[in-house]
Structure formats: structure tokens, C-alpha cells
Design a protein around this ligand. Sequence first.
Ligand SMILES: [Zn+2]
Length: 587
Amino acid sequence: MAGLIPEDKIDEVRSAAKIVDVVSQHLSLKKAGRNFLGLCPFHAEKTPSFTVNEEKQIFHCFGCGQGGNVFSFLMLYHNIEFPEAVRMVARKYGIHVTTKGMSPGQKRRLEQKDGLFRINQLAVGYFKDKLLKGSSGKPAREYLRKRRITQGIIEEFSLGYAPAGWDNLIRYFSSIGISLGDVEKAGLIIPKKQGYYDRFRARIIFPIVDIREKVVGFGGRCLDDSLPKYLNSPETPVYHKGRTLYGLSAAKQVCRQKDSVFVVEGYFDLLALNCHGIHNVVATLGTALTSDHIRILKGYAGQVILVFDSDKAGVKAAERSLSLFMEEKVEARIMSLPADKDPDSYLQESGGEKFLGLAEQALPIMGFIIESAINRYGLSLEGKIKIIEALKGPLGSMTNSVGRAVYIKELSKRLDIDEAAILERVRHSSHKKDKQTDPSIRPVANSLKLEETLIAMVLQSPNILSRFNAEQVIESMQSLKLKEIGKMVLDRYSANRLSVGADLVMQTEDPGIRNLISSLMVMDGSWDQDNCLKIVRQYETCLQRRHEKLLSKKIKDAEESNDEVLLHRLLTEKQKCVRGRLGLAQK
Ligand SMILES: [Zn+2]
């Protein structure tokens, strides 16, 4: 896999890259001893087990087992291929990498994505121009002024305007010689019987930017009451709704400082918050929150505050997202705005301070669901029955049994109904999801543990290889994966390239082996020479015991089949073995 971009280029990019910097762009890392720790973006967790080692330029998650170097991180996080990951790092550090040497498929996909980014960027320029200059943009400027969007915000979010008409953008791209087929792939124009027409017409344009600051798609809002009010780009090779949050790139710094993020539904809600000095906000793009969204968000903030337009929509969304947040182990609260207010209209009337005051009172999702049910059904006898019917599902799906008990107790007080009776209803619908076993905690056989330690040792301290018969030791390993890694280290070592783990993980395309290497690279141990040789001797003893055991079995078989000659040979061999082992142990 490494051969597709010139090896020396990869070396150059890798040695320039700092894994802590690159990973930090995507999640918060805190220094812990010789490592950095953060919440893993690849599995749900509350306590950080995602480990980055600066010295070895490697990451490993002790929760889900994912691991690798700076390139594998980007490949996993952005779901991209190796050459693209190399280029992403190269760009960050100002290194030029050509596409020479890539497979035709990789080259084509990469060029296609680059092409789409370029078209989107050009479109941003075009739309911006139309908004800021000329008479066609006048209604849009007027509209934004009425909605009190400041000039600073217009610029920060690169807002634009798609003028009325069916072929404005088509004429623009034609005039600069860009193929309309490519513009169609970017989702900006739509084919018709003959030719194309503009997707966005007479709309304010919101460029959607990903965390790499690339324009991946667009949203458009019409200026009057025509429908649909909002229009978004379709999914393209660079735009995936379920993984994209509007405004994240601009918000991520503040999200980290505040350790919280507001999630709103619309573009104008987000802009209004920004206009009122609240910058830790993202917007979902007309889709429900996905677990991918939540995983991305948890890289930037410990607490998510959902802001919904109305109570009714809020309750639905809250029930939907409750299990998602629980699965991802992310703390989420729901903020209730007064009836008939959306964040935008609330802010215009009451201002940012009041908004933040309301946010302070935001309820945890379950609390919000309970309050809403009480408000909705009232506390009459029938009301109480309906409330419990409405809540048994959400309460039953709570995986945290302590949390559930607290809510049931609270509900019992509010409804003046016996706790046991509520519990009975909840149990009825509970999914029994409590049993969670961590797949990373598995009993490890003793000799396997030793093999692991040995490979960790040669990975972290390859010089030790010359001090024992490494080839034989590695060859006799039982774990095929560890054996393979051992051989890779040995090859590198004998080729006179002192092995570095970050280097080695690129030699394999097998994610299992790559993850194993990264976990062994960050394994703690004292790798001074004495200790290393002790480990080797321990393993050799272990090998001999294994060999003796095998001999004993063969001896038993020989006895049973009365094979005197074989028996004699085996017994002599066993004697030699035991003597040798004792001698070894006495050293
Ligand atoms: Zn993980």
C-alpha cells in the first residue's frame, strides 16, 4: 500500500507530521504521563482510552482496539484511502505530493474529489459576488438586513446569493470552461431533457464547510414563503449529510473552550446565535441527529445542548436521540424555548444573555421527556396513566440503571404513584440491554501474554534483537499475528533500518495486525537490557515446557503402542530437555 506514492515522499510527510497536532484537530487530547488521552472517535466511551504516543507517533484505543499512525487515523476518521490521507497531512505541512504512482482507481477518485472541491469553491465565489455586488443581489441584501445578520457574520460564513433564473450558474461555469457534467456531480445543476438548469435559484446560499475547511455542499433559503423553504445539495462523493454538521469548522475552537456545544436545526438559528456572541453552535442540515454526528461532536465538547423550535418537535426528537446519546455515552440536555419561538426569534426579542440563562436550565433528555409528558397530559387520573404509558418506553430503554431508578423515584413523587407500580410497567417494556461486556477484557493465556511482551519489547527496543536468537524465538511463536509482526521487525532490523512502529504500521494492510502493533507500541514496560533478556529467558523456558509437554504425550502414545525404540528415543530427549531447562533456570 505504501508503494503507491514514492516512499521518500511518504517518509518526508510522515517525519513532518505530528500525530498529536493532527489528532487534536479532531478531538480533545489531554496529557497523561508519557501519552495523550482522549475520548475515542471510533467507539462509545465515557472514560478516555484513546491513547496517542508522541514519541512513537502512534495512536491506540484500549477500548475498541483501533490503532495505527497518523495516516491510519485520518483514513479511519474520514473514511478515505491511504494516498488521500498522505496528501491531507502533506497539505497541512506544506509538502507537495503528486499523484504519480497511484493506482488508476485511486487517482480517479482523488481527482474527482479535488475537482468537486474546486467547483464548490468557485461557486462560493460566484454566489458571494452576487450577494455583495450588483442589482440582482439587492433583495437578498435587504432580506439579510431585515433578519439582522451582520456584515461580519455574512463574511465569516461566506454567505452568498443565487439570483433568480434558470441558468445563471450554468453560464458562469461555461464561461470559465468547466465541464457541466462535473458541475452536475457537485450537485449544483440538474439535468433536463436537453442540457441542465440551476439547482439553487433566488435563494440565500450557505456554503457547507467540513472541518478541513473544504466546501462540501450548499444550503439555500428562499426569500419569500415559497416551498421548499430550505434546499440542500444532494449527497455527493464529498458530501454526506449524516456526517456533516453546519458551522462545526467555525465553532470547534470555542466548543473546546466551553466544553459544550449547542445543536440547532436551522442555518438562521446558527447565524443568530453567532450574531449574539454565542459561537459554540452547529446545525443539523434538515436531518435527524445521527450517531456519527454525536461521535464527531464529542471530539469537541463534553456536553451537547439541543435547541429545538417547538415542544412538540422537541419531544419527538428527544425520544429519538435519547438512545443515541446513551449509546455514545455523551451527556446531552434539551433547552426549551417559550412556545412559538425559535432560537432566531427568541434571540431577536430577548438577546444572548437571556438565551444563555435559559440554557442553564436545560434538562437532561430524560428529564425533558418527563416534563413534556406531564405538561401534555396533565395530572388527572387519566393523565397520569397516559404519562406512564408514554414514559415506559424511554425509561425502559435507559441503560444506566441508577439513572433510571432516580427518574422513576422522581416520577413517583410527581405523580403520587407508588414507585413499584411504575417500575412494574417499565420492566415490562425494558430491553434488558444492561449486560455490557467489554470485548477488550479477555483472559490471556500465559505464554501468549509472554509472546505479546516479547514483541512489544522488540518493537520498542529493537536493539535487543542482536542479543538473542531472535529468528528462532519468533519462529516458534504460537500466535500467528505476533509471529508476523516479529518477522516484520526482524526484516527491518536486518535491513539496517531501526524499526519504528509508526513506520511499521504502514507495511501491513491487515487492520488486525496494525491495531496490534499500535497497542504493543504503547504497552508499558521497562525495556532495559537486563529486563529484556529476562523476558527472553522466561519465554525460552516456556517454550521448553511446551516442548516437554508434547514429548510426554508422545511418550504416552509410544507406551500404548509398545514401540520400544521410539519410546527410548523420546525418553532420552525428554531427559535432555529437563536438564537443559534446569541449567537454564540456574543461570
Ligand atoms: Zn475506541
